[in-house]
Design a protein around this ligand. Structure first.
Ligand SMILES: *Cc1c(COP(=O)(O)O)cnc(C)c1O
Length: 335
């Protein structure tokens, strides 16, 4: 079976770097949505808890239930709100404010420029009056940056808009409401972070979303992906490997089959331009649903130890490389 190893040391290194930026570990809300970006929800949640993290962010009630004992508050980004003192819910429309149970801990999402979720700025007054009239519990107000990872002014104008939202909400009399807007890129760019929490995702897993060289915060990948040898054969020159026989042995060589394929969430990619494993071995021929081939006969090989390098190869982003890894792959913590 292919396996995923999670480095506790690297994870804690990343959390400590981010805690320095945020002004304390209690200000970090770890984003564990989508099976902790494919790393494994329960293991990452348990390690975060053991480090002293008090807040998490997930996508669904189902994810929240699996880790509820480990955190003081869990923000659910995309599911039906429930009345539960441990769970808060991102609420994005005036219609949902009208139908929300007043017992729900609501975190009003405001659209400051991403134009994907959240009420529009022009709807803020209406939203606040609905909240007052219906006596809803406005636990938080939040926004999300669309391009904090680009070194343009975008981060700053969105930040300015959110500051005016904060002022208006305070002026409307909501004095105990919390405010948060920063994702990893935002936090890593900030110079004087002063919000209740930062919602940190990709950075906790070890990937700095800022362009190389911009910010010297050094992060370390938490996840490494390993495959195990299923069988080995000796090939003569001219023999070909896998579907379509795309790889031809140039000389006599030993080739082994390893138990990882696109059914596990590993990209099939372009066999003419093969990905190289952590040790530099090119994948031979096409990746199959459950298997791929490499030269040699080692029992275990590290396929990926750095999702950023892999993402560059496959023309995507580290988020997609790790999130695609199927939950059926066993995960374990490397101490
Ligand atoms: C996913 C997500 C984050 C985390 O973003 P990163 O870039 O991974 O740090 C923060 N906030 C919201 C609302 C999100 O959906």
């Amino acid at each position: 079976m292919a396996t995923i190893e999670l480095s506790r040391e690297n994870f804690y290194h990343n959390l400590s770097q981010l805690a320095l930026k945020a002004g304390g570990r209690e200000r970090l809300a770890v984003v564990l949505k989508d099976n902790a970006y494919g790393h494994g929800l329960e293991l990452m949640a348990r390690m975060a808890h053991e480090y002293g993290i008090k807040e998490a962010v997930v996508i669904s009630n189902e994810e929240a239930e699996r880790i509820r004992e480990l955190f003081d508050n869990i923000l659910v980004l995309g599911d039906a709100p429930r009345v539960d003192e441990k769970l808060s819910y991102a609420i994005s429309t005036l219609a949902s404010l009208e139908s929300l149970d007043p017992g729900v801990k609501l975190e009003l999402k405001v659209d400051t420029g991403m134009h994907r979720n959240g009420i529009m700025l022009a709807e803020l007054e209406t939203a606040l009056s609905i909240i007052k009239r219906r006596r809803l519990h406005l636990f938080g107000v939040m926004t999300h940056y669309r391009s904090a990872d680009e070194l343009t002014g975008e981060y700053y104008w969105q930040k300015k808009r959110f500051e005016s939202v904060r002022r208006k909400v305070r002026e409307a009399g909501f004095t105990s409401t919390r405010f948060h807007s920063h994702n990893s890129a935002g936090l890593l760019r900030s110079r004087s972070f002063d919000e209740a929490i930062a919602r940190v995702g990709i950075a906790i897993y070890g990937y700095n979303p800022l362009p190389k060289g911009f910010d010297a915060v050094e992060l370390r990948p938490v996840l490494s992906l390993w495959a195990r040898r299923a069988s080995t054969r000796r090939l003569r020159p001219g023999e070909r490997v896998g579907y379509g026989g795309v790889f031809t042995a140039p000389e006599e060589m030993t080739v082994s089959t390893y138990d990882l394929g696109y059914g596990d969430g590993w990209p099939r990619g372009d066999a003419e331009r093969p990905y190289r494993t952590a040790e530099g071995l090119p994948i031979l021929g096409h990746v199959s649903m459950d298997f791929l081939s490499l030269e040699g006969d080692r029992e275990q090989v590290c396929i990926m130890e750095d999702a950023r390098r892999a993402a560059e190869h496959f023309a995507t982003i580290p988020y997609e490389m790790t999130t695609a890894l199927m939950p059926t792959i066993p995960r374990m913590i490397k101490e």
